[in-house]
Write a protein that binds this ligand. Structure first.
Ligand code: FES
Length: 630
């Protein structure tokens, strides 16, 4: 096949690619990550690039008018027809996310007890034991392995102990090199124990475990000292699968249509391994020192992590491959821990309520208390759990990617330059905003969008249905698709364009918030309880951490309950994985939680649709549900 060279600017990165591939694929091959919300379907208009030299075919599609006038084209449907130079401005690339990594010292012992453990015992999924074996003689001639087991038995139960051939192969030399003093690292699981590593000499370093939260948008990893429970190191970044679409549906479509499950598995593993390698370098430890990892993710992410096609998750009747996943060796996944190390995945409840929610429910102790708790994780899907120690129900409402910036003209994820706070003066309509990293604005992220909706309504710029009012103010202009409100003028923005919120963005946001509130109402009505019966609302997820509760209530996204009932619990999926690493009992309990949750399939019947339609108003068609909102 004919090859062409493509030079990407301003980086000056050159790749040789096959003729006829898309510029989006060429950029991927060059290691440049272009925004591609729709996964290359030509519908999102985010993958804009400019060809400065050479010939392409295609490239037309849904591009904002001002960008089109500047010569931008869509990378996903522009095909390479010659050697090329292509400019990809920074604002059209994926950058490091504001990944939520708690800096509280969770896991540190306080008052003689690990905070994260709650009532669970410290009984970690791996341990290290130092042994001194009696050397063999002509009369005492048991095998090396039998000799090891005899000593090990003095420290732990070994009835279900296994060892791989890979470890056994190294054993004779290691025993003799250390003069019969060795350190054994064992994955100590409910299902049995496995010797993962044997080293010469007595090693005082702790056994480590790795907790991994595989989110659709971001990935976070922590290294845990399994003897003290301390979080030794943490790293996070965006999930590089975002090159193939922003939400789970576009990734499932990619996996299905391009035979892409293996590709997506490889990309997620590369993302995680890069984070792990950073940690290992920073801590000066080797991957061989990690005998166990626990992973939590939504059902699609979990299946892709394990290399299982997610195809049937999006097809009615929406069936996942499994709710409990097998324990897999790291070498079978390509995960950069000890190749013989064990990888455990949190169980899923259903196709759209996955291990991340089970993990969050575990660590938030939703099922341990009498009080009625609503646990909400707002991402591209609003997943929620309602219940207490007696019962648990859950549902997922497809809120769409609006709160992650998808389907919003200047929407973006929480990265540097995203407007995250907005204030609008009710008299002058002057806009004040704050961006992530305090850099010139390049777009608006979820928390900024919620602020924006609330403040536009408060200032009377939009009515309760989200329609922009006919006001003669400099902030309102007419765009390609109707009226727009300018949040940042071109002169102050980081992209030389006005950053606006359009009327159709507002409608999208109202639909997204309506879906989430409708999910809450459906669960309450199934339990025959009023909103006031909720004792506590736990907001999980990176997005939740930056959420403004009063504004969220004002737009009708969250229930109108006193602020003291709300609690932000950060990345509960990651914390649950950390807890599971430290306590076998906690992981077993998580499996019970997964089994005991009643899943409400919202697509059955009309109840959800009725609630949803009623919620397509600011804050709601039924004002009595929001007594504190004027
Ligand atoms: Fe190209 Fe969406 S329009 S990735």
């Amino acid at each position: 096949m004919e090859k062409y060279s493509v030079v990407f600017l301003p980086d000056d990165i050159k790749v040789e690619v096959d003729a006829g591939i898309s510029l989006l694929e060429a950029a991927r091959q060059a290691g440049i990550h272009v925004k591609s919300t729709c996964g290359g379907k030509g519908t999102c208009g985010k993958c804009t690039v400019k060809v400065t030299e050479g010939k392409i075919s295609g490239g037309q599609g849904n591009i904002p008018k001002d960008l089109k006038e500047q010569g931008y084209i869509l990378a996903c449907n522009a095909m390479v027809e010659s050697d090329l130079s292509v400019e990809i401005p920074m604002e059209f690339r994926l950058h490091e996310h504001q990944v939520f990594l708690d800096d509280q010292q969770e896991g540190i012992v306080s008052e003689g007890k690990l905070d994260i453990l709650g009532d669970f015992p410290l009984n970690a999924l791996a341990k290290k034991i130092s042994l001194e074996l009696p050397p063999p003689t002509l009369t005492e001639n048991a095998s090396d392995y039998a000799r090891l087991i005899t000593e090990l038995k003095k420290h732990m139960a070994t009835e279900r102990l296994t060892v791989s051939n890979a470890v056994l192969k190294t054993l004779p030399d290691i025993l003799r090199a250390g003069d019969w003093k060795i350190t054994v690292t064992i994955a100590d699981l409910e299902e049995g124990q496995e010797i993962v590593r044997v080293t010469s000499g007595q090693d005082d370093a702790p056994a480590y475990g790795v907790a991994i939260d595989v989110g659709t948008t971001t990935i976070a990893v922590t290294l845990i000292d399994l003897s003290s429970g301390a979080v030794v190191a943490r790293q996070g970044t965006y999930n590089r699968q975002a090159d193939f679409g922003d939400d789970v549906i576009t990734r499932i479509v990619y996996a299905d249509e391009n035979n892409g499950t293996e590709k997506l598995q490889q990309v997620v593993m590369e993302t995680i391994n890069d984070l792990l390698n950073k940690i290992f370098e920073e801590q000066d430890i080797s991957m061989e020192e990690i005998p166990v990892a626990v992973v939590a993710g939504n059902t699609t992410m979990s299946q892709l992590f394990l290399g299982i096609s997610p195809k049937y998750i999006r097809l009615e009747p929406y069936i996942p491959a499994a709710s409990q996943y097998p324990i897999v060796k790291a070498k079978d996944l390509g995960l950069s821990i000890n190749p013989e190390g064990m990888v455990l995945s949190f169980p899923a409840v259903a196709s759209y309520v996955g291990g991340d929610i089970v993990s969050g429910t575990l660590v938030a102790e939703v099922a341990k208390h009498e009080e009625l708790t609503l646990f909400v994780d707002i991402g591209t899907n609003g997943e929620m759990v309602l219940g207490n120690q007696d019962w648990l129900m859950c549902c997922a409402c497809s809120a769409g990617p609006a709160f992650e910036g998808g389907g919003i003209a200047y929407g973006m994820r929480a990265m540097a330059g995203a407007i995250e706070r907005v204030a609008i003066d009710k008299e002058t309509y002057h806009v004040a905003y704050k961006t992530i990293g305090d850099t010139p604005p390049v777009g608006i992220c979820g928390s900024g969008l919620i602020d924006c909706l609330s403040k536009l309504r408060e200032a009377g710029i939009i009515d309760r249905s989200g329609k922009m009012q006919d006001l003669d103010i400099p902030g309102i202009k007419r765009g390609d698709d109707g009226p727009e409100f300018i949040l940042a003028f071109a002169a102050e923005s980081g992209i030389d364009q006005d950053i606006v919120i359009t009327e159709s963005d507002i409608k999208n946001l109202i639909r997204a918030k309506g879906a989430i509130f409708a999910g809450v109402r459906i669960m309450l009505s199934m339990a025959d309880m009023p909103i006031e019966a909720i004792d506590k609302i736990l907001i999980a997820g990176g997005f939740g951490n930056y959420l403004n509760v009063p504004d969220s209530v004002r737009i009708g996204l969250l229930p109108d309950l006193p602020a003291e009932k709300y609690e932000f619990i950060g990345n509960s999926s990651l914390k649950g994985a950390q807890l599971a690493l430290l306590s076998k009992e906690a992981f077993r309990y998580a499996e019970e939680i997964g089994r005991s949750m009643t899943y409400l399939e919202l697509s059955i019947g009309n109840a959800f649709m009725d609630e949803y339609v009623s919620a397509l108003f600011l804050p709601h068609t039924d004002f009595s549900l929001f007594p504190s909102v004027q």
